[in-house]
Design a protein around this ligand. Structure first.
Ligand SMILES: Cc1ncc(COP(=O)(O)O)c(C=O)c1O
Length: 362
């Protein structure tokens, strides 16, 4: 018997979410962002549902090759571009589009013995200070690229640091508009939060990631359902033991939880080695047979404990939903669990461990 833990990827939710973000920018084409192995959902597992996108945006050549191996002939974009000269060979061979964010990448293009000229996305650092040319150097980078026979089309790109928060996008938009004024080429600006929360004029390609996977980019201000998004991942397991506690009894390593009254707890086959955050404190929400209860005590490597005191029907073999859908239709948002851990849904989905078996369901 395999251990009873299972992650389920919901293809219908992926299709729905993709349509939802498309509706948020109806004139734009959509990159499905499938970096980090499709945010932990699996490139191969999500491909059929996401092939309604206009292109796939990936982190590196390995992910790009995987997308091509699945049969995708449309656009594929390397979000960080190439890391060394010989990467450009594969870009030619696989017909990849790539981000150019620094002079060294232009040097590599200039040194590349080109087959066919390549399409690049020239990245502007409009304020995030991660990747991209500074505003005062952007047009010179454009001119340099434009003079290279190795390059055909140049698209213009930036990334927002605060689309999900109070600062918003206006100052970065102003920088982008002034620096790129009159430059030809398609524009790509919006991530999920910008697509859902802001109107971004003149956007040819949007780059939604998290929303496609059914998590809110701005939780707790908004829940996924507020944005009409559906969770694309469920993590479920079962209770493999129960314990009856007397007042004063503790639970788990470090005895961080001490019962104040008699309690019945269930031990769940899920721990931090499965990707469930160890930092989730007692009180983190969890569903048992689709009914909301709480975790108690520290999460250990392979197990965690939940309070069953108010759930007398539950016991050995009961269904536990760590996040996502329960069999009775109840839902526990990954964002809520992430919030309890002091992090974001992004991190939890990306951290789903390799050892967890995964099913794909429509
Ligand atoms: C350049 C770029 N574009 C788009 C995205 C997608 O962002 P989100 O998942 O917030 O929609 C990311 C993710 O980090 C990114 O780095």
């Amino acid at each position: 018997m395999p251990r009873p833990i299972l992650a389920t990827i919901h293809s219908a939710a992926l299709r729905h979410n993709l349509a939802r973000v498309r509706a948020g920018a109806p004139d734009a084409r959509v990159w499905a962002i499938v970096k980090a192995n499709a945010y932990g959902h699996g490139i191969e597992r999500t491909y059929e549902a996401l092939r309604a996108a206009d292109g796939f945006a990936v982190l590196d050549l390995d992910e790009a090759e995987r997308v091509r191996r699945l049969g995708w002939r449309g656009p594929v974009l390397l979000l960080e571009g190439v890391f060394e000269l010989r990467d450009l060979e594969l870009c030619s061979r696989l017909n990849l589009w790539h981000t150019v964010h620094c002079d060294e990448q232009i040097d590599m293009l200039a040194a590349h013995k080109s087959h066919a000229p390549q399409r690049v996305f020239l990245k502007l650092n409009s304020g995030m200070n991660r990747l991209g040319f500074a505003p005062e150097r952007y047009r010179a980078a454009w001119a340099r690229l434009n003079a290279l026979p190795q390059v055909d089309e140049i698209s213009l790109m930036t990334h927002f640091s605060d689309a999900d928060g109070e600062r918003g996008i206006s100052s970065q938009m102003a920088v982008f508009a002034s620096v790129t004024k009159d430059l030809p080429g398609e524009r790509s600006l919006s991530n999920s939060a910008a697509t859902l929360r802001h109107s971004v004029p003149g956007s040819d390609w949007i780059r939604p990631g998290i929303a496609v996977y059914g998590s809110a980019p701005d939780f707790p201000q908004h829940r996924a359902s507020d944005w009409g998004l559906q969770p694309a991942m469920t993590l479920a397991s079962k209770i493999i033991a129960t314990q009856d506690l007397m007042p004063g009894d503790s639970v788990g390593y470090g005895s961080t939880f001490v019962a104040e009254r008699a309690l019945r707890i269930g031990v769940v086959a899920c721990g931090y080695a499965d990707g469930y955050p160890r930092v989730c404190p007692s009180g983190t929400p969890v569903l048992v047979n689709g009914i909301r209860t709480r975790t108690v005590g520290r999460v250990s490597m392979d197990m965690l404990a939940v309070d069953l005191t108010e759930l007398p029907e539950s016991g050995f073999d009961s269904e536990v939903t760590l996040w996502g859908h329960a069999a009775n239709g109840a839902l526990l948002g990954i964002d809520e669990v992430a919030h309890s851990a002091g992090t974001l849904g992004y991190e939890l989905m990306c951290a789903l461990a390799q050892r967890v078996p995964v099913a794909v369901q429509d």
